[in-house]
Write a protein that binds this ligand. Structure first.
Ligand SMILES: Cc1cc2nc3c(=O)[nH]c(=O)nc-3n(C[C@H](O)[C@H](O)[C@H](O)COP(=O)(O)OP(=O)(O)OC[C@H]3O[C@@H](n4cnc5c(N)ncnc54)[C@H](O)[C@@H]3O)c2cc1C
Length: 467
């Protein structure tokens, strides 16, 4: 299913429109439309508040890596994030668990090593638990050290395209409506907001139906003694030879008289007596549906409290458990997948695809959370047995708009492949590659697709000591 936002919504009338700018100067009256069913907004001039080499939109795992990498290459770099902290799902989403980072170098490895120095990570086989608060501080520190200009509390709401090239990102914040000009932009919003606003085509959900994977809300817990709950806990159970902690936790919840909306509830041991719970699925909600996302948020938070209260009432190892925090934003597994020069596909996973322009190698399997709760409330592999495969630089370059790169879960790929490459151990390396490429393109006045991969990977080696 291919979509495109109706860009006429963003094209205003006026002199500049004739020249092809989609955000124009001009004036007009704000008034009710004649049928009384809409409010006609007045055209207005939006101040251009900054000229940057690179503007990175969205400060999740992909966005922070993109911004740090671009700034380390010497590019004047602006990072714009709607939340009040950097890290996206890592921090605002309270994820607490990094998958597929083992074989990664560069900024991903540097983050883990720096967290380790502060005793803020614990390693469990190929997965890593980390302290969310330590992650927030580290990402801010790394951005400041690299010279990234960070703007929080600010949302990308429109894009200005001139002669097929993205020229302006428009934001809304407490400072009002502002425009940011850059030579190259990187869309790291996860949902592909900037690319869609700029007119890029995209796909969403399953082919044919567009059904999306459910949203889920994480929760941080404490009051548990690791040795007492080990057989229910991911990270603690496996070394004991207890291979199915999720099934045991589900049985325990059923014994407590509650049925979670996700039938593979997972309790992770982050570190010491800090735990993280993933136990709910909010089905059929699209990331761009604010009303649906609100309902999902209220429902998920209520379910977490109900399940935790029920386990506490069971007593035993659960009796002192309590919730430390739930995130302010529910976790969004998937939204737009922007159409790029290369689409990562299920066949790539099956064949273990190799590319000369490999940004990173994914080793995580297919992980599709049920799109239809009447059939299943768990996870499927969609019949695909994944072998390690490469993400090529071309899948970070959109086909429809110039001057723009993608990184993280909004890159170009199909439904099945996305469920595998989206995890954060891959999002960060994608961001690092996109940020480096954006800096090089901006500094040499080339389009990102004209910067050879060899040059980008050389620059990554030069600027990042962990490669
Ligand atoms: C419930 C759940 C559990 C998961 N479990 C794991 C796991 O255990 N381990 C793992 O590694 N991965 C896991 N994932 C996957 C992983 O979290 C995401 O795929 C990953 O965070 C993608 O990184 P990203 O930077 O592309 O997007 P995000 O982390 O979503 O970051 C996007 C950022 O952009 C910002 N943003 C969005 N729109 C705008 C806008 N218009 N203007 C300004 N800013 C904007 C957001 O606020 C956010 O900070 C899970 C995901 C979910 C939802």
């Amino acid at each position: 299913m291919t979509n495109r936002i109706d860009r006429r919504r963003f094209i205003q009338t006026g002199a500049a429109a004739a020249g092809g700018m989609s955000l124009a100067a001009g004036t007009g009256r704000a008034e009710m439309t004649s049928n009384g069913k809409a409010w006609h907004e007045a055209a207005r001039n939006v101040p251009i508040v900054e000229d940057a080499d690179v503007v990175v939109c969205g400060g999740g795992p992909a966005g922070i890596a993109a911004a740090i990498a671009a700034a380390r290459c010497g590019a004047r770099t602006r990072l714009i994030e709607v939340n009040g902290c950097l890290g996206g799902m890592w921090t605002a989403g309270l994820l607490s668990w990094i998958l597929d980072s083992d074989n990664k170098s560069g900024i991903m490895r540097e983050i883990l090593q720096r967290l380790e120095k502060h005793n803020a990570v614990a390693r469990y086989g190929g997965s890593v638990g980390y302290d969310v608060e330590a992650m927030k501080l580290l990402l801010e520190t790394m951005c400041v050290e690299a010279g990234v200009h960070v703007r929080l509390h600010t949302r990308i709401v429109a894009a200005g395209v001139h002669e097929g090239r993205l020229a302006i990102a428009v934001t809304e914040s407490k400072s009002g409506r502002q425009a940011w000009r850059a030579k190259v932009f990187v869309d790291c919003t996860g949902d592909g907001d900037l690319a869609a606003l700029a007119g890029c085509t995209f796909a969403e959900g399953r082919p044919g139906t567009g059904a999306v994977q459910p949203m889920s809300m994480m929760a941080l817990l404490t009051g548990l003694v690791p040795a007492e709950v080990a057989r229910f806990v991911r990270g603690l159970a496996e070394p004991l030879g207890e291979n199915n902690p999720k099934a045991r936790l589900l049985e325990e919840m059923q014994r407590a008289g509650v049925a979670p909306s996700y039938t593979q509830p997972t309790l992770f041991c982050i570190k010491d007596d800090l735990f993280c719970l993933a136990t709910n699925h909010q089905y059929g909600v699209k990331a761009n549906d604010a009303e649906g996302t609100t309902r999902a948020t209220l429902c998920a938070r209520a379910e977490i409290h109900t399940l935790v209260d029920a386990l506490v009432r069971l007593g035993g190892c659960w009796k002192n458990m309590h919730i430390i925090a739930t995130p302010e934003h529910i976790g969004v597994r998937e939204a737009r997948r922007i159409r790029g020069l290369y689409e990562v596909s299920a066949d790539d996973l099956i064949n273990g695809a190799r590319h000369a322009d490999a940004v990173c190698r994914v080793t995580f399997p297919v992980d599709v959370h049920s799109t239809d709760p009447t059939k299943d409330k768990g996870i499927t592999r969609e019949g695909v047995r994944a072998r390690p495969y490469d993400i090529p630089y071309r899948s970070l370059i959109p086909v429809d708009v110039k001057g723009l790169l993608l990184a993280g879960r909004c890159i170009s790929g199909d439904f099945v492949a996305h469920s595998s490459y989206r995890v954060t151990g891959n999002a960060a390396p994608m961001g690092e590659a996109a940020g480096t490429a954006a800096a090089m393109a901006a500094q040499s006045n080339r389009a990102p697709e004209h910067v050879p991969w060899d040059e980008i990977s050389e620059a990554m080696k030069k600027h990042n000591s962990m490669l």
